[in-house]
Design a protein. Structure first.
Length: 403
């Protein structure tokens, strides 16, 4: 069977709600967020759902309301034809993009013709760590070969290794807030953002909830978020892996780290023939996908090598890419990536990112891919890279080319 191309036909997401009790989406179950998007995909594209083979949804905490194959559960409620199956995927923060990549691989193999990939996370209802798991087990954490520490401490370690200061990360945090506010004011997210509706069709949330008008002075007043983990012993652990670092300055705060939010995303991927049969116009082609692993202690360094791997697979270089979307897990992740690959400010996260709008763990990857596609179209550019770091040192990257 010959390989076929995988095209992106549509990409939607919910607005991101503050991921705490009292946030706009706190009263909305995660399945409702997914159903909202599935119904929107069907209506926007006049989609014959009998022709969709699978829906793959990622979650960071696949338990409780988000467990037991939430994708298939949402399909049943959404009114899609029962022939469409569903699957749940977990790859930490990389899950949403991995779900889209999985959809593209299914299509490229020729075994399936139309697949939805995306993710959902209700961080207000199921907080980080709700599913427990081996990664937090002391037996893993104390392994001298790959000491596991708080991601925030890892971000502070990365800044120490690469020479980034508190002012550097605060300036990046301010940039994210300013660019996100401008993007919303100019309607740059209008094509992809689907309002969350209640049972009566009344909007619950129509706009990302955590964007803030701030300043460097205000950001400088915020206390470090991960000092207590360092004091608890994580800083001491680092001396075994990185003895060259005498002291870690804890510089990441709520103002330069990704926000905790609720949200969902979905991307419709299909073959050229499937699109033609449904009367759909392809928006982009999935060029290459890559996954890689890096040091699980530093854990946030994966986007660089994952991007290099994807570029090598595609036979492209950094200069062949017009725009980059890198999840803003922490400001230093973006600053290090730019330094490593030589990417100027004007080509990366040009509409802000997770520092301003939040990082709903399982959903973010597909969200930033949709943002990337929208901006490539708006600027009439050709190629883009979406990439994320993830727990355990995972890096993921996807290259798309506008059609």
């Amino acid at each position: 069977m010959s390989t076929t191309e995988a095209y992106i036909y549509d990409a939607v997401r919910t607005p991101r709600g503050r991921g705490k009790p009292g946030g706009a989406l706190y009263g909305v179950k995660p399945i409702e967020l997914v159903v909202n998007l599935l119904r929107s995909l069907r209506e926007r594209n006049n989609l014959d759902t009998t022709r969709v083979d699978d829906v793959v949804m990622a979650t960071g905490e696949p338990v409780g309301e988000q467990g037991q194959n939430i994708a298939k559960s949402a399909l049943i409620v959404s009114g899609w034809d029962h022939v469409t199956t569903g699957a749940q995927l977990h790859r930490f923060c990389a899950g949403g993009l991995d779900a889209v990549n999985t959809a593209a691989m299914k299509v490229r193999s020729g075994f399936e013709q139309l697949v939805v990939g995306g993710g959902v996370e209700s961080m207000s209802r199921l907080g980080i760590g709700a599913s427990g798991g081996a990664m937090g087990d002391p037996w893993v954490m104390m392994d001298p070969r790959n000491i596991s520490i708080s991601q925030g401490v890892a971000a502070d370690l990365m800044a120490a290794l690469d020479g980034f200061s508190r002012e550097d990360v605060d300036r990046y945090g301010l940039r994210s807030q300013q660019l996100a506010a401008t993007a919303w004011d100019e309607g740059r997210f209008a094509r992809s953002v689907v309002p969350v509706l209640d049972i009566n069709g009344v909007p619950v949330l129509e706009r990302d909830e955590t964007i803030r008008r701030t300043s460097l002075d205000k950001l400088a007043e915020l206390s470090p978020s991960f000092q207590m983990f360092g004091d608890f012993g994580h800083d001491d652990f680092l001396k075994h892996r990185y003895p060259e670092v005498e002291r870690v300055e804890h510089i990441h705060t709520p103002g330069n780290s990704s926000g905790i939010v609720d949200g969902a995303s979905a991307v419709l991927v299909g073959s050229e023939q499937a699109g033609r049969d449904q009367g759909l116009e392809p928006r982009a082609r999935v060029v290459a996908c890559a996954l890689t692993g890096t040091d699980p202690t530093l854990m946030l360094a994966g986007p660089g090598p994952a991007t290099e791997k994807a570029l090598a697979l595609a036979g492209l270089g950094v200069d062949d890419i017009d725009l980059f979307e890198l999840n803003e897990a922490f400001a230093v992740v973006v600053l290090r990536y730019q330094k490593l690959l030589g990417i100027p400010d004007e080509k990366i996260n040009v509409n802000g990112g997770a520092i301003a709008m939040g990082h709903p763990i399982g959903a973010t990857g597909a969200m930033i891919l949709g943002t990337l596609l929208d901006e490539l179209e708006r600027r009439e550019l050709r190629r883009g890279v979406a990439t994320l770091c993830a727990g355990g040192g995972i890096g993921i990257a996807t290259i798309i080319e506008r059609v």
